[in-house]
Design a binder for this molecule. Sequence first.
Ligand code: OXD
Ligand code: MN
Length: 584
Amino acid sequence: MTTKSKALREWVEEMAKLCKPDLVYWCDGSEVERQTLVDQALKTGELELLNQSKLPGCVYHRSNANDVARVEQCTFICTDKKEDAGPTNNWMAPADAYKKVGAIFDGSMRGRTMYVVPFIMGPAKSPFSKVGVEITDSIYVVLNMRTMTRMGKIALDQLGESDNFTKGLHGKADLNPERRFICHFPQDNAIWSVGSGYGGNALLGKKCLSLRIASYLGRQEDWMAEHMLILGIENPQGKTSYVAAAFPSACGKTNLAMLIPPKELKGYKVWTVGDDIAWLRKGTDGRLWAVNPEAGFFGVLPGTSHKTNPNAMLTMQKNTIYTNVVKTTDGNVWWEGHSDPAPHKATDWLGREWTPSSKEKGAHANSRFTAPASQCPSISPNWESPEGVPISAIIFGGRRARVAPLVYESFSWQHGVYMGATMASETTAAAIGQTGVVRRDPMAMLPFIGYNAGDYFAHWLHMGKITPKPPRIFNVNWFRTNANGEFMWPGYGDNMRVLLWILGRCDGKVEAQESPIGHIPFEKDLDLTGLNLKHETLKELLSIDRASWREELSGQKEFLDKIGPRLPSELHQEWQNLTHRLFS
Ligand code: OXD
Ligand code: MN
């Protein structure tokens, strides 16, 4: 394969000089190439073959035990000035980072092949899309990138002679957590990631490019890169409206993106556009349009079943990479929360013998599937539309036991930005051992904002000003509990009922009641047909507990103060307005 881009050729040569691989291989994205790479990885044990009659085209990968999640403590934004990275990011000066990480890359690919992986984030030829090139020494990474992006020749064709591409260098080196760095150089449009093979750290198209670097580029170019799913809701008359939604991890984003409406809501259908990332820009009609820059799903497995997410289960029946799950003796896969009963005898994610009576869980809590989006039964016919899909509503959400009602709508774009900026989620017992710890996660972007968070909020305000018909902004909470700590809302497919209220608001068809925190539904306006929900429960789900909100106010203030001098004054103003409304 050859590239017409001189800048790309020179950069690859330079990186090869640094990493000193035995061989440099340019990926074309073909099927023959995929097969060759899989065969090689099977030989070295980097991959294992699964049962091809049950799971055609599927392979299995075990991570190094110390390398199973994103590592925020090793993730850096490297800008000339520390203030440009802001208070929510780790910072290193670019020269220091290149020196420190360069020393680890130096000679790290001796005895290995260096794969050059050109890729497009966004549909080919879309005005939204961006070309990146990832250099890596991991076949697992190449194969994941092949599913998660438009990879190979198609990307070189799109790049042509241009030098406008994100330069991503990735190497496993010795997988030593002490020598693990995920560095972003927004001013150079570059990423250096070393010492990890885990998806979020190593698939540079995903969080590194499509969120951290893209958020920086979006600010310069008047668009937004957000940690949001995108879905379409088709009504019985055949009209489809789209929403984008941001939730912190462990709040069911992939499930919502692939929702199947309850049977009582006849004639409605949900179409999946994306489950993790949205790029949004103003369309010629003055609305905000969104694309999903990814081409696949990299989803969490534990808890995924035919009950919780049938579409995800069907998506991953073929051509899927399974990472860190239980592998059965007949080459099948299983994880905690799977629809099938646990296998009698299997190996766990660490390769140890595992039975249902084993003390430890068989699948890692962050075990994953990588599957092509095109295989999802609910994939939207417009998911690769170059102009994207028009967004009617932006939805923020988190896991809040008491504070947030089931759904409420902001008074304005500015108030909606405040709602997003002060978003939070409470930790679950399973994750941390202590329940109810509130973690602020603005727009679910805390680990992904590629620059100063104060400037990021200002950019949100700016986008509202330049977009004549911006989406309405909502907040949802599927996780409200009653006095006994039990969830009050059934969640999953029934979340559709809340989405329909949201669309009713967007279409101007539904009235709402004003409360101190925003517009909340009149009980009669939520379609609860077929749902056995007591009237008192619904009332409580929609209620606002002023005492908890007053406490919440101080948590919000504390967080805003941490953002420092670049926090837009509008957000201080919104805090004051909210305080005033809650105390009046
Ligand atoms: C995440 C993910 O960590 O999508 O948010 O993997
Ligand atoms: Mn995510």
